[in-house]
Design a binder for this molecule. Structure first.
Ligand code: UDX
Ligand code: UDX
Length: 474
């Protein structure tokens, strides 16, 4: 029997659920889409008339929301009502790493997935397609299936089809990634359900880009795609350290190796370490699964990607402290960028958190600027990271926020670029060199600035992956 989707519900109005449903709504005007979330504050922001207040900043998202919201795209906390009316339900809730219990520190916490499955079991009207959008450990579909069919209610009369359809969007480019994906992956058993979901995507994506696999391959592919991407960053970051020691230039090395088609040019930017909600969590999960199946060497292999990432972040804080004569107590340090990458307001696992933490422990006075991150969010992240840190009170560093970069930089000892926001490139670096306290330092952890622009200015300049040949500055 063919299945026709007229009404979609998405549980979870986060960085994945919000933009993904917005793009589906844009291309499928005949489908009604309800994005539900238990967080009423978040839903309020999605419904805010002022599009500046959307809870997720993504270039291009506001235009789609403006066009579709209230027509075929709705945001609500009424989970029951919208599950009831849906033919297809995306589960897009968060799956953080477990903090306690079995698998703590490695396994994904599936309590929200389980909760969603129970709600679907209870409220869905039957013959419903359930789509896993969240990144999940392999075999989660079995758990969902068991829950939806075995809950203590009338679900035995209902029919569910479970599909895996992982999201490959990257924050900051989410809308473009959703509009022009490299591929759409659908894993599942039921041909009609797969066809129904494919038909949605076929509204704007070519058929050859829609891949179908068995459900376990689909679940695993998402974890592996993220693990491979993260591994590439750890690899290039390891090379950045070699460049700094040898005098090679990481930009040139990346370019030289990237020309090889087998390697490819993308994802070869050295930096302060990868952040974001996925890479670390997914690799921890991969390590957990590998250990579970007795594959200790495999687990150790992937562990090294995380070890390298932590090392890179720490390495950078150490370099900053060392260059500032080994002590930053009472020094004024301006931090440019706090999000985990440019073009997003997301701070989850941002390397800025650990770097700022280390500088605070050493007593630095930080002035933080980010064009999109809410200062309240930075405050929460730093407070959390300093909690229980006994060392902190010894040196008493401080943090403040600034909207005026030049004012903050007046008499500052150092400026650290932590996120590659393009606007930092266009700052007047000559003026900056004149208002800072001498000897002043620029630390460019993203290799964002053009060395030609800075080399002509009288200021100390450290950039990632570049061996400084100027003996005076070593
Ligand atoms: C994504 C992916 O979906 C997930 O696979 C990945 O592991 C983490 O990132 P994301 O959209 O970025 O999730 O997460 P988040 O922004 O935290 O949004 C999840 C939303 O689900 C939150 O707004 C939360 O309130 C909501 N939620 C969670 C529910 O509505 N119901 C629940 O039971 C649990
Ligand atoms: C990632 C995956 O790319 C995406 O497919 C998946 O759906 C979710 O996880 P995201 O975390 O949003 O997306 O952003 P991504 O662009 O992958 O960047 C992750 C981190 O790696 C960022 O901190 C970024 O700054 C860093 N990075 C990325 C580098 O340091 N160098 C690079 O060359 C690329």
């Amino acid at each position: 029997m063919s299945l026709k989707v007229k009404n979609i519900c998405c549980i979870g109005a986060g960085y994945v659920g919000g933009p993904t449903m917005a793009v589906i709504a844009k291309h499928c005007p005949k489908i009604q889409i309800n994005v539900v979330d238990l967080n009423s504050e978040r839903i309020k922001k999605w419904n805010d008339k002022n599009l500046e207040n959307l809870p997720v900043f993504e270039p291009g998202l506001d235009e789609i929301i403006k066009k579709c919201r209230g027509l075929n795209l709705h945001f609500s906390t009424d989970i029951k009502k919208h599950i009831e009316s849906a033919d297809l339900i995306f589960i897009s809730v968060n799956t953080p790493t477990k903090k306690t219990g079995v698998g703590a520190g490695f396994a994904s916490d599936l309590k929200w997935i389980e909760k969603s499955a129970r709600e679907i079991s209870k409220y869905a009207s039957g013959n419903t397609i359930i789509v896993e959008k969240s990144t999940l450990p392999v075999k989660t579909a079995s758990t969902i299936k068991e829950i939806v069919y075995s809950s203590n209610n009338s679900s035995h009369n209902k029919n569910f089809h479970i599909l895996s359809n992982p999201e490959f969007l990257a924050e900051g480019t989410a809308i473009n990634d959703l509009e022009n994906p490299d591929r759409v992956l659908i894993g599942g058993e039921n041909k009609n359900a797969i066809e129904a979901l494919s038909n949605i995507y076929l509204n704007w994506i070519k058929e050859e880009k829609i891949l179908t696999t068995n459900i376990w391959s689909s679940e695993l592919s998402k974890l592996i795609a993220n693990a491979f991407l993260a591994q590439r960053i750890s690899s290039i970051n390891s090379v950045s350290a070699i460049c700094e020691s040898t005098g090679a230039d990481i930009k040139e090395v990346s370019m030289a190796i990237g020309y090889d088609k087998r390697i490819g040019r993308d994802f070869l930017d050295a930096g302060p370490g990868f952040g974001g909600s996925c890479f670390k969590k997914d690799i921890l999960n991969l390590i957990y699964i590998s250990k579970h199946y007795g594959l200790d060497e495999v687990a150790n292999y992937w562990q090294q990607v995380l070890t390298m990432n932590n090392w890179q972040t720490r390495r950078i804080s150490r370099i900053i402290i060392e260059k500032l004569f080994g002590t930053i107590a009472d020094k004024k340090i301006v931090v440019l960028g706090f999000s985990f990458k440019a073009n997003t307001n997301d701070t989850r696992e941002s390397p800025a958190i650990n770097i700022c933490q280390e500088l605070l422990i050493e007593g630095g006075n930080l002035f933080i600027y980010d064009p999109k991150v809410d200062p309240l969010q930075i405050d929460i992240e730093l407070r959390e990271s300093m909690q229980g840190n006994n060392e902190y009170h010894i040196n008493e560093g401080s943090w403040n926020f600034t909207n005026d970069i030049y004012e903050a930089l007046t008499n500052a000892d150092a400026v650290i670029i932590l996120t590659e926001w393009q606007e930092f490139k266009n700052l007047n670096w000559l003026k900056i060199s004149q208002i800072m306290r001498r000897p002043a330092w620029i630390f460019d952890t993203r290799y964002l600035l053009n060395p030609k622009d800075i080399n002509s200015i009288d200021i100390n300049y450290w950039r990632i992956g570049y061996g400084n040949t100027n003996l005076d500055h070593n």
